[in-house]
Design a protein around this ligand. Structure first.
Ligand SMILES: Cc1cc2nc3c(=O)[nH]c(=O)nc-3n(C[C@H](O)[C@H](O)[C@H](O)COP(=O)(O)OP(=O)(O)OC[C@H]3O[C@@H](n4cnc5c(N)ncnc54)[C@H](O)[C@@H]3O)c2cc1C
Length: 342
């Protein structure tokens, strides 16, 4: 598929609705008790989780895919300031029956505004009680949270690098906020979004992506499916496979990696070995945070890159040193395991 600058037609976003999961989702049974604590008596019930003392009320709930992606809109209802930049997240806490108090971060996917509102994009993870707590929220419910906190994605004003944004799954969320924010601020760096998903049924948010493609000076996006249906015109495979052949050069680019920690670790290590400075690689792993790639897997990702513009004897030496450090790390971890220290 060519990078899209035009409407793709065909798919429509599901309308904003009061809480209703798409039919396929209810095959995943939410854990017992994973319902909002706040509907009837928010203050009394949330007082049990008062470490996260901030409060926000649900104003809209949208089911975006039949595979379990929802978008939830909130308004902050406490009196504290609520300022954030793209890349910041809120920590949500809930006391979930059968699971106890859970605290989990979620990136804000809406654009900074003066109305003290924010949106989250949530993947309902079968084994994730807090995701189901959020998935069971209804308009009017009140949640307890802290933040916004985290690292801003916004590059320094003088930086004119092309922005290469790579996401898997719900990791696309903060990129929507980021691209829109840059446009609104008049920062029109070229932006290339690569979004890795499993199946066509996981695709959503096309209206938002198309809107960015239409209104931003130089914005394009491509979707890569690891399990594409027959006739799929877009990219195929995991983005660690499909993106490297598309980048003719690596210099003059700032890379942003959000989502599955496995993708991030493989991509980040490969880019570093090919000469990209670490400060030009923004990473936000949502899960798989301890993943360490096999050296053969990493080699495969590196080999898929066509760009060699940053390659130099120094870069090659540093890559060799990094490889040695990775191997030493693996050796000492396995030694520790064998000696019973892990
Ligand atoms: C900084 C940060 C920002 C995050 N932002 C978001 C966000 O915007 N939207 C969002 O949906 N999640 C986000 N996450 C993941 C989220 O915090 C939770 O891990 C997830 O919702 C499940 O939470 P839980 O407490 O119910 O279960 P947990 O105990 O946290 O996780 C249960 C299991 O689900 C796995 N898991 C978590 N997320 C996924 C996923 N997307 N796909 C497949 N498996 C997964 C975990 O590895 C774990 O094995 C973010 C995580 C971090 C660290």
């Amino acid at each position: 598929m060519e990078p899209s600058k035009r409407g793709r037609g065909g798919r429509t976003e599901s309308a904003v609705e009061e809480h209703r999961l798409a039919p396929d989702i209810d095959v995943i049974v939410p854990p017992a008790g994973s319902y909002p604590l706040s509907r009837d008596a928010p203050e009394r019930k949330l007082s049990r989780v008062d470490r996260y003392g901030r409060r926000a009320r649900v104003t809209a709930y949208e089911t975006l895919t039949s595979t379990g992606t929802v978008r939830i809109s909130f308004e902050v209802v406490d009196d504290e300031p609520f300022d954030f930049k793209p890349g910041h997240f809120v920590g949500i806490q809930a006391d979930i029956e059968g699971f106890g108090v859970r605290k989990t971060p979620y990136c804000i996917v809406s654009v900074p505004n003066d109305e003290r509102t924010f949106q989250l994009l949530v993947r309902l993870v079968p084994e994730g009680p807090l995701s189901y707590y959020l998935g069971a929220l209804k308009v009017g419910d009140v949640i307890g949270f802290r933040g916004p906190v985290g690292r801003s994605m916004v590059p320094k004003e003088e930086e004119q690098n092309e922005l290469i944004l790579m996401a898997t799954g719900v990791g696309i969320g903060p990129f929507l906020s980021f691209a829109r924010y840059l446009h609104d601020e008049g920062m029109e760096q070229p932006i290339r979004v690569f979004w890795g998903l499993r199946m066509a049924e996981d695709i959503c948010l096309l209206n938002e992506l198309e809107d960015l493609a239409r209104t931003c000076e130089d914005f394009s996006y491509q979707i890569s499916l690891s399990q594409p249906p027959e006739g799929w015109q877009g990219l195929r495979g995991r983005i660690t496979e499909s993106v490297p052949p598309l980048l003719a050069t690596l210099g003059g680019k700032h890379f942003y990696l959000v989502g599955n920690g496995a993708m991030i670790e493989e991509m980040s290590e490969a880019l570093s070995d090919l000469g990209v400075f670490k400060h030009l690689i923004y990473e936000e792993p949502y899960f798989n945070t301890r993943y360490k790639p096999e050296e053969t897997e990493l080699e495969r990702v590196k080999q898929a890159f066509v760009a060699r513009d940053l390659s130099s004897p120094r870069v090659r030496r540093e890559a060799a040193e990094r490889k040695l450090r990775r191997n030493q790390g693996a050796r000492s971890a396995s030694e520790a395991w064998e000696s019973g220290r892990l």
